[in-house]
Design a protein around this ligand. Structure first.
Ligand code: FES
Length: 76
């Protein structure tokens, strides 16, 4: 799945999340291993979620605060 033009807003539970940085995951914003199959040099960012919360994951791949959305997608 190519990068999106808006953030992926998700309800996250405590645990570990692998955020896709290659833009090829079919399960964006989560890594599905596509980076390995596509021989991308990019790797997921591993994020530990301490408590249940809403997260705006970057969908455009250009955030200066990756893996989180910083509004860059709307600065076109
Ligand atoms: S599938 Fe994109 S970083 Fe793993």
């Amino acid at each position: 799945m190519p990068f999106a033009t808006s953030p992926h807003v998700k309800e996250e539970k405590p645990g570990t999340v692998a955020y896709c940085t290659c833009g090829e995951s079919a399960k964006a914003p989560y890594c599905d291993g596509s980076h390995g199959r596509n021989r991308s040099m990019k790797r997921p960012i591993i994020v530990k979620i301490e408590e249940a919360k809403t997260v705006a994951w970057c969908g455009c791949g250009k955030s200066g605060n990756a893996p989180y959305c910083d509004g860059t997608h709307s600065k076109g």
